[in-house]
Write a protein that binds this ligand. Structure first.
Ligand SMILES: NC(=O)c1ccc[n+]([C@@H]2O[C@H](COP(=O)([O-])OP(=O)(O)OC[C@H]3O[C@@H](n4cnc5c(N)ncnc54)[C@H](O)[C@@H]3O)[C@@H](O)[C@H]2O)c1
Length: 343
């Protein structure tokens, strides 16, 4: 078992990484519900594998809502279903909500928890690699709107993130690779040794260690900039370009991680062009991406991408805040005109 603490004062919480914790019923010791009720929100895929193990480990009264899997679930319509479920269960602010699933369930449940009764405590039990290394830590919650992804949300920290890396065994290959893009990102922006380990070798037996190192980077960045006004932007390495690619293809062709992979490689090429990123860095990133079955080639022309970036939350008046590597393991923020980013 490994434990990290996200030090945000009274909003601080532990991240517990413990393989097999769900099957053993070990989650119970980290869950506290003074009101005696726990509401579990999950999706149909995750429920199949972990729903019963989680609910049977709970003390007091439990209720479970199983939602359809997929990004479409992060909608206002489903949010309404979640509120109705919580109020039918007569949830109070002394009770607890559990988000059991990937980033979709985590973001949606977190937003429902932030807003129902103006805030009910919640715990993240992330089950996808992306959720275990990224979305379950840091308190960003959101739903999508017809105008774009994550445009409505709140910063609302969970009471704990309970990570069982055994969950990764039931992910399909593409969803696992999707999460690997974020893992590679952490190596790029903050952990050269992680990047080298990923470049070198087999990771299957070391997922506890890898997830812990990713969470530790995220922990440190979030502690320094909880509300995303400065340094936290480095977590967006590859994302500005990636979002534009996802948006251009209407979220159909690439998964988020695949688009970020394309973004990390191509923004590093741009960084090399303007002399911030050392020559050869993009090539190193390309080799690691390829090793973990992620794409790197940009198949959209620059003008179309500039258009697709219009609604990116990182855009400012004259240009766009871009994250570049001045070496593997260290990221810098630069404000650049869009046409310099996309050539
Ligand atoms: N809040 C944040 O800081 C943050 C950060 C990054 C991404 N996100 C959000 O996260 C979402 C993407 O998350 P995701 O990639 O986890 O997507 P997801 O939640 O849709 O999960 C991907 C797929 O894997 C399935 N799944 C999850 N865990 C499983 C398991 N253990 N075994 C079998 N199947 C499993 C899900 O049912 C789903 O079909 C996006 O909406 C994105 O905006 C949020």
């Amino acid at each position: 078992m490994r434990r990290l603490h996200v030090d945000l004062g009274e909003r601080g919480y532990d991240i517990i990484i413990d393989r097999g914790m769900i099957a053993r019923g070990g989650i119970a010791e980290y869950l506290s519900s003074p009101g005696g009720k726990t509401a579990v929100i999950t999706d149909e895929n995750v429920d199949k594998y972990y729903g019963n193990a989680v609910t049977s480990a709970l003390r007091g009264t439990a209720a479970k809502l199983v939602l359809p899997a997929g990004e479409a679930t992060k909608s206002f319509e489903t949010l309404q279903t979640v509120y109705e479920f919580l109020f039918d269960f007569q949830i109070t602010r002394s009770d607890l909500i559990i988000a059991l699933g990937g980033g979709v369930i985590g973001d949606l449940t977190g937003f429902a928890a932030a807003t129902a009764l103006r805030g009910v405590p919640y715990v993240q039990i992330p089950t996808s690699l992306l959720a275990q290394t990224d979305s379950s830590v840091g308190g960003k919650t959101a739903v999508n709107t017809a105008r774009g992804k994550n445009l409505v949300g709140a910063f609302y920290q969970p009471r704990a993130a309970l990570i069982d890396t055994d969950c990764l065994k039931t992910l399909d290959d593409r969803t696992f690779a999707d999460g690997m893009a974020e893992v590679i990102k952490y190596g790029c922006i903050r952990d050269e040794k992680l990047f080298d380990d990923l470049a070198r070798g087999e990771i299957a037996e070391h997922m506890d260690d890898i997830v812990t190192r990713c969470c530790d980077v995220k922990r440190a960045v979030v502690e320094g900039d909880e509300f995303d006004t400065g340094e936290r932007m480095i977590l967006n390495f590859g994302h500005t370009l990636g979002h534009a690619v996802e948006n251009y293809y209407n979220y159909q062709k690439y998964t988020h991680g695949e688009a970020v992979a394309v973004g990390m490689y191509n923004i590093s090429l741009a960084g090399e062009r303007i002399g911030v990123t050392p020559r050869g860095t993009a090539e190193k990133i390309k080799r690691v991406l390829t090793k973990y079955r992620l794409p790197y080639a940009l198949d959209v022309d620059a003008a179309a991408l500039r258009g697709a970036m219009a609604l990116d939350k990182k855009s400012t008046g004259g240009g766009v805040n871009i994250i570049l590597l001045d070496r593997i393991g260290h990221a810098v923020i630069r404000n650049m005109p869009k046409n310099e980013v996309f050539q």
